[in-house]
Design a protein around this ligand. Structure first.
Ligand SMILES: C[S@@+](CC[C@H](N)C(=O)[O-])C[C@H]1O[C@@H](n2cnc3c(N)ncnc32)[C@H](O)[C@@H]1O
Length: 248
């Protein structure tokens, strides 16, 4: 899968994603020639052979992210934001992630960190994640088609993120991989999982439970003077549990 190279946007907001600049790009409104695509710079307009006009720009991470394939349930952005801000992930961070699933979390982390190694037990999901990495064009993601419960080969890791049915089975491998001061962040949809995870953390020397949180996002309608929370119900996603390695 090639990365997305250009985004075409029509006046009504409809978007089209161009992966190959060496070919004409076909839409239901006709095609944009490859010569126009090659010449156009961000902010220019291009026209199809039938005269339909599009604005053109380079894709940002979030444009390409909108086109990823989804296999199992992904972690929503509100929860990814909390993982990043609570742990201080940045351009020097080495992160181990498990399970990869579609790679949604791994992609966001790779966009800001130095390197991500992500473990996925199912080869079909590992393939979907690899396609998603290619769609975005990230070069700092390694996908390992292995069970994380069997061990983590990486050492001196800054953060281990877990989105697994039985995260307590990954605590020992994560504790060995983490540097002192490093974090485990576990994401679980149910409280019994949180309870078992926190109880298991207490049994591992040098690991301390920092906190467990739930992030609730409420979107509002803003339409002239009709300004109020959207009427659709707020869905539950998951709980985030933060654990820190405090000694060797
Ligand atoms: C809910 S999905 C993860 C979604 C991912 N965090 C995202 O944001 O796209 C959970 C994944 O964990 C994988 N998994 C389950 N047990 C595992 C194990 N022992 N080692 C590695 N991956 C595992 C599953 O196959 C599944 O793909």
């Amino acid at each position: 899968m090639e990365p997305i190279k250009k985004v075409l946007i029509a006046e009504d907001g409809r978007r089209f994603y161009v992966r190959k600049l060496s070919e004409d790009y076909h839409t239901q409104f006709g095609f944009v020639s490859r010569e126009s695509l090659a010449k156009a710079k961000a902010g220019d307009t291009v026209k199809t052979n039938t005269g339909k006009e599009f604005f053109i720009f380079e894709p940002s991470f979030i444009d390409s992210y909108g086109k990823i394939k989804r296999a199992p349930q992904i972690i929503p952005r509100k929860d990814i934001a909390a993982i990043i801000t609570e742990t201080g992930i940045g351009k020097g961070s080495l992160i181990v992630d498990a399970g990869t699933g579609s790679g949604a979390l791994a992609l966001f982390l790779a966009n800001i960190a130095k390197k991500i190694v992500t473990y996925e037990i199912r080869d079909d999901f590992a393939k979907v994640a690899a396609e998603n990495v290619a769609t975005i064009g990230l070069k700092n993601v390694t996908i390992k088609n292995k069970s994380v419960y069997d061990g983590i080969a990486e050492k001196n890791v800054d953060i281990v993120t877990l989105d697994l049915p039985e995260p307590w089975k990954a605590i020992e491998p994560a504790a060995k991989a983490l540097k002192v001061g490093g974090f485990i962040v576990s994401y679980s949809p149910t409280i019994p999982q949180v309870s078992d995870f926190v109880a298991a953390v207490a049994r591992v020397k040098g690991m301390v439970h920092i906190k467990t949180i739930e992030i609730i996002e409420r979107e509002w309608d803003v339409d002239d003077r009709v300004i109020r929370p959207k009427t659709q119900p707020i869905g539950h996603s998951g709980f985030l549990t933060f654990v820190r390695r405090i000694k060797g």
